[in-house]
Design a protein around this ligand. Structure first.
Ligand code: SAM
Ligand code: SF4
Length: 318
């Protein structure tokens, strides 16, 4: 079991498989995209298998595949299937996606062994979606969401980053979805960053909780047991609504996660720029190198994070 300097057990690894993306969300990427990692720098699927095998050996049981947009990486569902077969001991394997390519891939992802899907969708309004993501693709995302429901994933979460003046008026629409569909709708507090460093866009979580309760939702355990989200359920509803508040209510003392970016750098905290170069260690020393990189990341994991940084979320996957 991996335990850091502050007594936190680390059981969760988020793996970014690419820094490429088919959207250009204003809060995440500039219109022209970011400087992309070179192909030779990116960990191959075989190398990722090794990383996951060592992580499982060290007591990590929960994994999330993210990006950039993970579904733009070629043959992702086939890799997931191979990973599941090669590395027993993975308890939970989730994916975070913008949903654009989910319709063609949802069934294959489920068959390959993905248990949980987090779909990021900030607006049900076509015009707002297009302005926010710089792509007029809402219809594809909605189709992806329906395909995920049809594919029978045990857990589907719909994550919406709320921003004042952009989509805060859609809270009732999202709550209606949480009543009618078997989904966990989660309102995520916007994190001002290098792309959009405007704290006035943050919708404080207290305001969202008030709206949820005013709509008749009552406190619920939610799908996670314990995690950074708090949940509510409508007495007549089939889904839940939740909130995550990295800005106004931090959850660092219970943080159980570390992150790996697509070029094989480990990060102890989303908002810490210190990274451990796992790829070189892996290529020089194999599993031993991976082990050392995990232990070094743990020794550097900060006690808590700060608010505003200058990195692009797309390179580390949120
Ligand atoms: N492309 C995939 C997607 O959008 O789901 C996965 C990567 S994306 C970086 C992961 C999550 O980070 C998304 O839900 C996105 O909304 C969130 N995110 C990106 N920038 C953010 C910011 N400044 N504040 C809050 N959440 C952010
Ligand atoms: Fe792409 Fe996800 Fe970033 Fe949007 S939030 S630009 S979908 S990586």
């Amino acid at each position: 079991m991996l335990v850091d300097r502050y007594g936190r057990a680390i059981t969760y690894l988020r793996i970014s498989v690419t820094d490429r993306c088919n959207l250009r969300c204003q809060y995440c990427m500039p219109e022209e995209g970011t400087d992309l990692f070179a192909k030779s720098e990116i960990l191959s699927y075989e190398e990722l298998d090794e990383v996951v095998a060592v992580a499982v050996e060290l007591g990590i049981t929960k994994f999330r595949i993210t990006g950039g947009e993970p579904l733009v990486r070629k043959d992702l569902p086939a890799w997931i299937g191979r990973l599941r077969a090669r590395v027993p001991g993975i308890r939970s394997l989730a994916i975070t996606t913008n949903g654009l390519l989910l319709a063609p891939h949802a069934a294959a992802l489920r068959a390959a062994g993905i248990d949980k899907v987090n779909l990021s969708l900030d607006s049900f309004d076509r015009e707002v979606f297009a302005r926010l993501t710089r792509r007029d693709s809402l219809a594809d995302v909605l189709e992806g969401l329906s395909a995920a429901e049809a594919a029978g994933f045990p857990v589907i979460k719909l994550n919406a980053v709320l921003m004042r003046g952009w989509n805060d008026r859609e809270i009732p629409t999202f709550l209606d979805v949480a009543r009618r569909r078997r989904l966990h709708v989660r309102f995520i507090e916007f994190m001002p960053n290098g792309e959009w460093n405007d704290p006035s866009l943050v919708v404080p979580v207290g305001e969202v909780v008030e709206a949820i309760q005013a709509a008749g939702f009552v406190a619920d355990r939610g799908p996670d047991g314990h995690g950074p989200a708090r949940y509510w359920r409508h007495p007549e509803g089939v889904g839940t609504a939740g909130v995550i508040s990295p800005v106004t209510a931090k959850f660092c003392e219970n943080c159980n996660r570390i992150r790996l970016n697509a070029r094989g750098e480990l990060r102890g905290c989303l908002l810490d720029e210190e990274m451990v170069p796992l790829r070189d260690a892996l290529r020089a020393q194999g599993r031993d190198g991976i082990r050392k990189a995990f232990l070094r990341t743990l020794s550097m994991k900060p006690e808590k994070h700060y608010d505003v940084r200058t990195f692009h979320m797309s390179t580390i996957g949120g």
